[in-house]
Design a protein around this ligand. Structure first.
Ligand code: SF4
Length: 270
């Protein structure tokens, strides 16, 4: 029988909201498991028997595409995984600014991603708490591994619409990133500052004097992202915008830029 978010929450998870999985509540974690294939074992408090049978039920519903959020992510992820499978780990690390270590089956790339250090092996990608990444997170990381160029940031930051072939993605950026940020922080912009600092954002307000808040994040060593925020004032609503270095398209495709932006938005809000 398929497991919905509510089924998973009520029948499988301990409902203690202890945050050991990296999410603020069991319900938020359940949503990620059902819609984004986050591994159930990221909750360390489920009895082994229950974990195994629930994961089997989840695998069956994933195959049918039931309740999955975005199937485009699946295709992009498969493409990027296949592409990286034929590349040397050491070469990938050198290209994207990661650290290569180990040998044979233990080959690992350590890669900074926002405020976390990712550990990338042929078996998968984990964060520094040992948690597997969600499917969307894996998608933009694998795409970066597959196509990350050698270019270093030029410092010329642009909004998404200034990059070629992004017309169809402007609305997605607005609906999935800018509006949620605006809604979450318009009443309390100070909490956005705090959240940005918690996730490794550097205050760059001096470079963007026209906005109220400006933080630069290192999405990857060669991929800076700037978040600009304007508070509501004089009848104007609050507003939020992300800027990307002009070299980002050598490191990520447009869909991956969107996933990365959504990831940043979710981190800041949740
Ligand atoms: S680790 Fe498990 S019990 Fe704790 S918040 Fe996450 S899902 Fe809930």
């Amino acid at each position: 029988m398929a497991l919905s978010v509510v089924d998973l929450y009520t029948r499988v998870l301990p409902r203690t909201n202890c945050k050991d999985c990296g999410y603020a509540t069991c319900l938020a974690f359940a949503g990620m498991v059902v819609s984004e294939k986050l591994a159930l074992k990221n909750c360390p408090h489920i009895h082994a028997d229950i974990l195994s049978s629930a994961q089997k039920e989840l695998e069956a519903q994933y195959k049918q595409g039931k309740w999955l959020k975005k199937d485009m992510a699946e295709e992009a992820l498969e493409w990027a995984k296949q592409k990286t499978a034929s590349m040397k780990m050491e070469d990938i690390a050198t290209r994207i600014g990661g650290t290569f270590m180990g040998s044979g089956e233990d080959e690992t790339i350590l890669l900074l991603c926002f405020n976390k250090q990712l550990s990338i092996t042929r078996d998968g990608i984990r964060d520094d708490s040992g948690h597997d990444l969600s499917r969307n997170e894996q998608t933009f990381v694998y795409i970066h591994l597959a196509r990350g160029g050698i270019s270093v940031p030029s410092g010329n930051m642009k909004s998404l619409k200034e990059f070629p072939n992004t017309i169809s993605k402007i609305v997605s950026m607005r609906d999935r990133v800018e509006i949620p940020l605006k809604k979450a922080f318009s009443a309390n912009p100070e909490s956005l500052s705090l959240s940005c600092e918690n996730f490794g954002g550097a205050n760059v307000k001096n470079l963007y004097p026209s906005c109220d808040l400006a933080y630069e994040f290192k999405a990857f060593p060669k991929v800076p992202v700037v978040l600009l925020f304007w508070k509501a004032a004089d009848g104007f609503e609050a507003d939020a915008k992300l800027l990307f270095d002009e070299t980002i398209i050598q490191h990520l495709d447009i869909e991956a830029i969107l996933f990365l932006s959504e990831h940043l938005c979710n981190m800041l809000i949740h």
